[in-house]
Design a protein around this ligand. Structure first.
Ligand code: SDX
Length: 446
């Protein structure tokens, strides 16, 4: 018999089952609370709410632990490849040599886009954000793969997952080429996943890009470290959309949109913009940190802080170590790396950050490496999306296989109580900032 939690509300007592996870996380199961009591819970930003049981990724934010299917991220970063890690996340075990070969073959099999899809790029303006293009083109790809719409079998799922994972890099590289007005480059079957992506990004018709092993390895590391992260904003979005029965492509396209935000996947680009701002302004690290601490500035130290990690993000530690290694290998000296280190040192010795347990997260150093391997800043969040695709696919599969109920949170209504409809002549204008009746009367709404 599991332990029970007791809730007393409005003079009544309710007993609620306690759930304990395999890593001894304790949760109160409130699935039946409203039915039994009419009461719901309220949790701004879901900081205290578990949306599901999951077997994919474990994070211990207090101890800075991250494991994919039980394997520590440090070991995967050192020994694994992106494709192997993707298989682990999606299917739960590391692949055998034969499974990995077949998986790699499927990536090659599905690396091309339907010619009709390539035509879509002619319609995108060069200043179109690659995250908008990525989300749109993932959804558009499902139009050319109707079998993924009606996911009916494990075989269909495996094919759909392989298609999505393989084509995401082709779509992303094509978005970049469109933004710089260069012709789209077709994938090359002899290349591995990361080399092929770099080829499609940087080859031009008369000059083939030669994948540099150090750059390929650095990209591999970036993708492995971004591959999953339990119920973050974008993964929760994928699960939310999946719970309605929406297909894999639609769900992951929604994940791309959620990841775009500067508080989430957009932070890696925001870190570089922040470092550039500090450099251009001539401001000292001390002065910038003071601005961050001044609430009226509304400035955040981008790449710092995390909803779950109240310790160093293990991915940040790995990327920080790799940054030196990669830049030295490529014989690049980037003053931004020195500035990032100085900023980290200043923050970690400042009570504001220590008291709020704000540490570098995955985005603080990742941009330094991506910049060093030639990825343009506007593509940073797209790189995050390519890396996170296996995690999204794994979570979609967990919802699809688990027969999850449709996600439909409740709310606490704090709007107007019942009132009568008012004829237009009796209404008083309510001031809405930026819109006023007079402006509308003058024939042009502000
Ligand atoms: C990712 O969830 C995931 O797992 C995400 C991710 C993944 O792999 O999927 O790890 C990837 O999104 C990493 C986070 C990238 N975002 C950033 O680096 C943007 C900067 N960080 C912050 O915006 C913030 O730390 C968040 C969004 C990451 C977390 O926000 P929370 O948990 O809602 O924390 P909060 O905003 O309530 O902050 C608590 C306090 C506040 O001060 P008080 O109101 O208590 O006085 O800490 C302050 C915040 O003002 N604070 C910061 C800060 N982050 C939090 N102050 C300055 N700089 C910051 N970066």
């Amino acid at each position: 018999m599991s332990e029970m939690a007791t809730l007393q509300v409005q003079g009544k007592t309710y007993n609620l089952p306690v759930v304990v996870g395999t890593e001894n996380e304790v949760a109160v199961d409130i699935s039946k609370l409203r039915a039994e009591s009419g009461v719901i819970t309220l949790d701004d930003g879901y900081s205290n709410t578990g949306s599901c049981r999951s077997t994919i990724t474990f994070i211990d934010g207090e101890r800075g632990i991250l494991r994919y299917r039980g394997i520590p991220i440090e070991q995967l970063a050192e020994h694994s490849t992106f494709l192997e890690t993707a298989w682990l996340l999606i299917y739960g075990e590391l692949p055998t040599a034969e499974q990995l070969q077949c998986w790699s073959h499927r990536m090659t099999q599905y690396e091309m886009l339907h010619e009709g899809l390539y035509k879509h790029y002619d319609g995108f303006p060069s200043q179109g954000h690659p995250m908008a293009i990525l989300s749109a083109m993932i959804n558009a790809t499902s139009c050319y793969n109707p079998d993924v719409i009606k996911m009916e079998s494990a075989e269909t799922f495996q094919s759909a997952a392989a298609r999505l994972l393989s084509k995401t890099r082709t779509i992303a590289a094509a978005a970049y080429k469109t933004s710089i007005g260069q012709p789209l480059i077709y994938p090359k079957p002899e290349y591995d996943y990361c080399s092929n992506f770099l080829h499609m990004m940087f080859s031009i018709p008369f000059k083939e890009y030669e994948p540099d092993p150090d750059i390929v390895n650095a990209l591999q590391l970036i993708f492995v470290l971004h591959a999953d992260h339990e119920q973050n904003c974008s993964t929760s979005t994928v699960r939310m959309v999946a719970s309605s029965g929406a297909n894999l492509f639609a769900s992951c396209a929604a994940g791309v949109c959620a990841l775009w935000g500067p508080l989430h996947g957009g932070a890696n680009a925001a870190v570089i913009e922040m470092l550039k701002y500090i450099q251009d302004s001539g401001m000292s690290v001390k002065e910038y940190v003071a601005k961050v601490k001044d609430k009226t500035s509304h400035i955040k130290l981008m790449g710092f802080g995390h909803r779950v990690y109240k310790n160093y993000d293990p991915r940040a530690r790995i990327i920080k170590a790799a940054a030196d290694r990669v830049l030295n290998k490529l014989q690049i000296h980037d003053p931004m790396l020195d500035l990032a280190r100085a900023l980290e040192e200043a923050a970690l010795s400042d009570d504001y950050f220590k008291e709020k347990k704000l540490y570098p997260n995955v985005d603080f150093y990742s941009g330094i490496i991506m910049k060093a391997i030639g990825i343009p800043v506007e593509m940073f969040t797209v790189m995050f999306a390519i890396g996170r695709m296996p995690g999204w696919i794994a979570n979609w599969k967990e919802v699809w296989e688990g027969g999850a109920r449709i996600y439909r949170p409740r709310q606490v209504y704090v709007g107007p109580t019942e009132r009568e409809y008012m004829p237009i002549g009796q209404r008083k204008e309510m001031h809405i900032p930026g819109i006023s009746g007079e402006a509308a009367m003058r024939g042009g709404c502000q």
